[in-house]
Ligand binder design. Structure first.
Ligand code: URA
Length: 241
């Protein structure tokens, strides 16, 4: 891998900024000062020191975010805040992207990664990875709401959904509002909101709480993120072999 890519991937700025670091003689490889951006290296074997700091190269990045409401799930936007805006430069590679889309007003678990293969598998209907949502819905709900979810609902325009799970926290027909848990193995556009609407109800707040084995860390405040632990990553990958 080229030295300038390793440095840019590790948060030392754009390729242009990295070239300037090299020109200033601030980069050492295996103890030797290096000026050449094109130098081919193995970031896991060669020792790279930048401005006195040893660089630890991460091959792939895996971040768990608690997405805040009001933020777009996109890599960039000209006028609105996106989930990537506040990510630390050490993680900001051009390959970093959010796995799946949460609506602007939806909160909760969002995985950001550079690992395209894992991201693809988590979303592909072939792999049936379950995504669980907590929703505040307007009641009362029909008494057969859970059966309708389980048998595969048809939503507006005739789209057929895979069987899904609806878990109520109150009796369906008795309360004006209630928290429900909805688990899906696919990701149609606005799917939770459209399924709840098909029941004659409405989603008032929506939060994703898990994706396969990955559970939203309750310590993460809205907008905060952290790297996945080794165990979380192992469990997530093992789910899919
Ligand atoms: N379903 C929705 O309706 N919205 C989301 O953000 C995610 C799932």
């Amino acid at each position: 891998m080229r030295l300038d890519k390793i440095l840019a991937d590790s948060g030392y700025g754009s390729r242009k900024e990295v070239k300037s670091l090299l020109k200033q003689g601030l980069v050492f490889v295996n103890g030797e000062k290096v000026l050449q951006a094109k130098l081919q290296l193995d970031p896991e074997k060669d020792e790279i020191v930048v401005n006195g700091e040893i660089l630890t190269y991460k091959k792939e990045i895996y971040l768990m975010m608690n997405k805040a409401a009001g933020v777009l799930t996109a890599t960039r936007d000209n006028s609105q805040a996106t989930v990537l805006d506040d990510i630390d430069p050490i993680y900001r590679r051009k390959e970093l992207y959010p796995v799946g889309r949460l609506d602007k007003d939806t909160t909760g678990l969002l995985l950001l990664t550079t690992d395209g293969q894992l991201g693809h598998r988590l979303l592909s209907p072939k792999w049936h990875v379950e995504k669980e949502y907590q929703a505040l819905v307007k009641g009362p709900l029909p008494t057969d709401a859970c059966q309708r979810f389980a048998s595969g609902m048809t939503i507006d325009g005739g789209e057929i959904c895979r069987p899904a799970r609806l878990v109520l926290t109150e009796k369906a027909e008795t309360v004006p509002y209630q928290v429900v848990y909805i688990s899906l193995t696919e990701g149609k556009f606005h799917q939770v909101k459209r399924m709840v609407k098909a029941l004659g109800s409405e989603v008032l707040a929506l939060k994703r709480v898990s994706m396969g084995s990955l559970k939203l860390d309750p310590q993460l405040k809205a907008g905060e993120y952290r790297e996945l632990t080794q165990k979380e990553l192992r469990d997530l990958s093992n789910n899919m072999v």
